[in-house]
Design a protein around this ligand. Structure first.
Ligand code: FAD
Ligand code: NAI
Length: 502
């Protein structure tokens, strides 16, 4: 009894302490205190976007230095690496969203958050025009505001190469609504296949899922689809399970070109075991209502019936980005995106526009890792700029007085400021630190290419999967998201995925 009481006592103590700590953190998050108002003497910093780059910047930015305005059509941050998990119901959509106001309300100085799409940036007048593009609009739905500094972090959109039928018939995997749409369609295919009297041929068509693009998005999504099949479809639709087919179509000779050869082979063999067909050197030429038209490696054309097409064929620039670049026709000529200097200033903008993330053309891959490091770096640059602006303003004040009228202290101050300014003038360039590449490939397996003692560690398997999960759990920006995601994983392990179609 004594031992039993000791053990239960310790367990209760640990539970109460953990619960208490969680409650304290959650309450602190839930009830942000008062903030400093905008200060007319401070410069206006407008941030376009609420994705990886912008949110990382906001997290690190000292908002005391600026009057900050965030403009984005989404009033939340989306944790994209876990989006394919939402598409098959492993995670619920809310678990990977973080409302932008949850970040901004914790900053020292008020940050204005506006749910709108930037439609035009005028670098000459230093203004941004934006519009409320949501369903419900007030009397005012478009306006123009001035900026001193602009951070352009609008990301990219899905590349369709203008291939016929893609926009009309395929699902994308970029935004939250894409994942929700895919989940609805996927479940609709299952229910239509289960409709009485359906021919075997039609069942096979409805249950043929085609994923286009063998980059990490397409591979992760194929893996997630396979998990759904293995772990849930067999339980809830046993009569359909044997007819389901997943095809991953890739135009290049292999999937995942950014991973090492060893991991590509590992992925291909895992997919083979999982009965996911990888069609390399095969290009989708058209997407139709009930089929895809493929150009096979021998250049012949085949029409393949299918129920669902998911398009994950890469990124292209948004219109607002192309329009902005067109305003600097001599220097902004890279078709991949905005050209920035080593401090992420848009070339041609005289230092008033910064650009980060997927909308830029740099030597780095368009990844969350790059965008978030750029955002954090920019917060440091902006802090330095604020100090420089403050010093310059004071110097101007001192210079406005004639040299004879200056007291010895004022002269000393002027010298100090000049020295400080010389230091502040030098901005340390952005340096990307690659932390490795990770991808989930289904069947509770992941692959990782990690920098390791100046070399590279390529690993794949179940242990890597656990590493993948813990890495993403810790990368989530808030405790709230971590708890929601961990709870969803546990829920699915215990009860399976929800197959009800909303
Ligand atoms: P985004 O994060 O896309 O943010 C752009 C923001 O701009 C959004 O808030 C958007 O609403 C807003 N916006 C759009 N138009 C306008 C406008 N007109 N005006 C104002 N705001 C606008 N990378 C990794 O490193 N690891 C991964 O595991 C990984 N997994 C991924 C999985 C998926 C399914 C996808 C699609 C991508 C994944 N990526 C991953 C890539 C990563 O998501 C992007 O590289 C990253 O989001 C780029 O950040 P960003 O800030 O440039 O753009
Ligand atoms: P991607 O550009 O990496 O891959 C798209 C693929 O589609 C290409 O391999 C291309 O050859 C293929 N393709 C294009 N048109 C085609 C067609 N008509 N028919 C057949 N194949 C076609 O795009 P993805 O996967 O969306 O990734 C975008 C960025 O996000 C990348 O930089 C990637 O590294 C990053 N990302 C990283 C992840 C990770 O690290 N786990 C996960 C998802 C994305």
């Amino acid at each position: 009894w004594k031992r039993f009481l000791q053990v239960t006592g310790s367990v209760t103590l640990v539970t109460v302490a953990t619960g208490g700590a969680l409650y304290y953190v959650a309450q602190k998050d839930r009830t942000p205190g008062p903030q400093l108002p905008h200060d007319p003497t401070k410069k206006t910093l407008v941030i376009l976007g609420s994705g990886w780059g912008a949110t990382s910047l906001l997290n690190s930015l000292d908002t005391v230095d600026y009057n900050v305005i965030v403009i984005s059509p989404k009033n939340y941050f989306l944790f994209t690496p876990l989006l394919p998990s939402v598409a098959v119901g492993t995670l619920s959509p809310r678990s990977i969203l973080q409302p932008t106001r949850y970040v901004t309300r914790h900053k020292k100085r008020q940050v204005t958050v506006i749910e709108a799409s930037a439609t035009d940036v005028d670098p000459t007048t230093k203004t941004v025009t934006f519009a409320d593009t949501s369903e419900i609009q007030g009397l005012v739905s478009t306006t123009t505001i001035p900026y001193d500094y602009l951070v352009f972090a609008v990301g990219a959109e899905v590349q369709t190469f203008n291939i016929p039928g893609v926009r009309e018939h395929a699902c994308f995997m970029k935004e939250l609504e894409d994942a929700e749409k895919m989940q609805r369609r996927f479940l609709d295919c299952l229910e239509s296949a289960a409709f009485p009297g359906q021919s075997t041929e039609e069942i096979k068509r409805l249950l043929h899922m085609v994923v286009v693009g063998g980059g990490p998005t397409g591979v992760e999504l194929s893996g997630e689809l396979h998990d759904f099949l293995e772990q849930d479809l067999r339980s809830w639709y046993p009569e359909l399970a044997e007819h389901v087919r997943i095809s991953l179509v890739e135009a290049l000779p292999s999937v995942l070109p950014m991973f090492s050869k060893q991991l590509i082979d590992y992925t291909e063999s895992t997919f083979k075991e999982a009965k996911i067909d990888i069609l390399t050197k095969t290009m989708v030429k058209e997407v139709r209502d009930k089929s895809v038209v493929l150009q096979l490696p021998d250049k012949s054309i085949a029409e393949v019936p299918c129920g669902l097409v998911v398009w994950a064929a890469g990124n292209t620039l948004r219109k607002v980005t192309r329009d902005l670049m067109a305003k600097f026709p001599d220097v902004q000529t890279n078709r991949r995106g905005i050209t920035v200097d080593e401090c992420l200033r848009m070339v041609g903008s005289n230092g008033s526009i910064f650009a980060i993330g997927d909308c830029t053309a740099t030597s780095y891959a368009p990844t969350a890792q790059v965008a978030s490091q750029e955002g954090a770096y920019l917060a440091r640059v902006l802090a330095q700029l604020a100090k420089k602006d403050e010093a310059e303003a004071r110097l101007r004040e001192l210079q406005a007085q004639s040299a004879d009228a200056l007291s010895p202290e004022a002269k000393e101050e002027r010298e100090q400021i000049e020295k400080r300014l010389a230091k502040l003038e030098k901005v340390r360039p952005f340096k990307y630190s690659h932390q490795g590449s990770l991808a989930y490939i289904g069947s509770d397996k992941a692959i990782a290419d990690l920098p390791f003692f100046n070399g590279n560690l390529a690993t794949g398997g179940v242990a890597t999967f656990l590493f993948w999960r813990s890495a993403y759990l810790s990368t989530l920006f808030s405790m709230r998201n971590r708890i929601l995601v961990a709870t969803d994983w546990l829920y699915v392990k215990l009860f399976g995925r929800d197959v009800s179609r909303e």
